[in-house]
Design a protein around this ligand. Structure first.
Ligand SMILES: Nc1ncnc2c1ncn2[C@@H]1O[C@H](COP(=O)(O)OP(=O)(O)OP(=O)(O)O)[C@@H](O)[C@H]1O
Ligand SMILES: [Mg+2]
Length: 257
């Protein structure tokens, strides 16, 4: 598909996968983790990616973010086709366009909360400007971390650590945030806080978010639900209730290898 110069940039997808396949290994041991997937992650939307264990959700996220290479097909991130970039260019693009939130928080233990949140700027080799400092202060306050900025991650609860990870992802206003099971290690109250925060970031700040989750309650916070089974995209829905999502998933758990 060709894009025309008249098209509004705001309506362009942030990430496009075009017939993307990712196979691991070769010969008899080949595992096709992603099988001919075509999908857009749309700007300003909170998208949930669901599916059985081993269905290819993390692979989809890693390939879409340029952390892993597609075996065939194209990934377009922030207007650039990833396969046409060398490793350095891809790393630079990722640092400017993508934020990550993982199940295991991935905070640097030796850095304070404030230093962890500023890490993406350090990695990109640039200073936090005045507007960004205000934004970070706003995030820290909104996330209830104001009295924790000097603490180390080990001094925080799991929910607080995940809020720091989300503040870090939001701080540089990346084109897209990928979150892989961000509530996987949290109790239900902390999960609700984190999910509300992600939804608010999409609705109020226009932040594009793609979240991998097994949990129908978590996915019910999203604007859109994608289901992957055996490496293929098998469902693409608007917002659904937890019950509707459970019903949708039941059809795909059965028969999944
Ligand atoms: N580095 C790798 N080498 C070989 N096979 C891999 C590799 N990474 C993933 N796979 C395989 O690809 C398939 C998809 O894995 P993936 O991690 O994307 O699943 P997932 O949907 O994220 O599962 P889960 O819900 O358990 O996290 C699995 O069969 C997995 O074993
Ligand atoms: Mg996974």
């Amino acid at each position: 598909m060709t894009s025309t110069p008249l098209q509004d940039n705001a309506s362009q997808p942030v990430v496009s996968l075009r017939r993307v396949t990712r196979a691991y290994g070769d010969g008899h041991g080949t595992v096709v983790a992603l099988d001919d997937v075509t999908v857009d992650i749309r700007r300003g939307e909170f998208t949930a990616i669901m599916g059985p264990s081993g269905s290819g959700k993390s692979t989809l996220m890693n390939v879409a973010a340029g952390l892993d290479d597609a075996t065939s097909g194209d990934v377009v991130l922030g207007g650039a086709t990833l396969s046409q970039l060398d490793d350095n260019a891809r790393t630079t693009l990722r640092r400017s366009q993508v934020g990550f939130v993982f199940q295991a928080f991935n905070l640097v233990p030796t850095l304070s909360v404030a230093e962890n949140i500023r890490l993406p700027f350090e990695l990109a080799g640039r200073r936090v400007d005045a507007a960004e400092r205000q934004w970070i202060d706003h995030l820290v306050r909104t996330l209830g971390l104001a009295d924790r900025v000097g603490h180390r991650p080990s001094e925080l609860s799991g929910g607080q650590q995940q809020r720091v990870a989300i503040a870090r992802a939001l701080a540089s206003r990346p084109a897209v945030i990928f979150a892989d099971e961000p509530t996987g290690n949290l109790d239900s109250r902390s999960s609700r806080e984190v999910l509300t925060l992600l939804r608010t970031a999409a609705r109020e700040y226009g932040q594009t978010i793609a979240m991998v989750s097994h949990d129908p309650v978590a996915a019910s916070y999203a604007d859109r639900i994608l289901v992957i089974a055996d490496g293929r995209l098998v469902a693409d829905h608007g917002a659904l209730s937890p019950q509707q999502i459970s019903d949708l998933l039941i059809g795909f758990e059965v028969g999944a290898a």
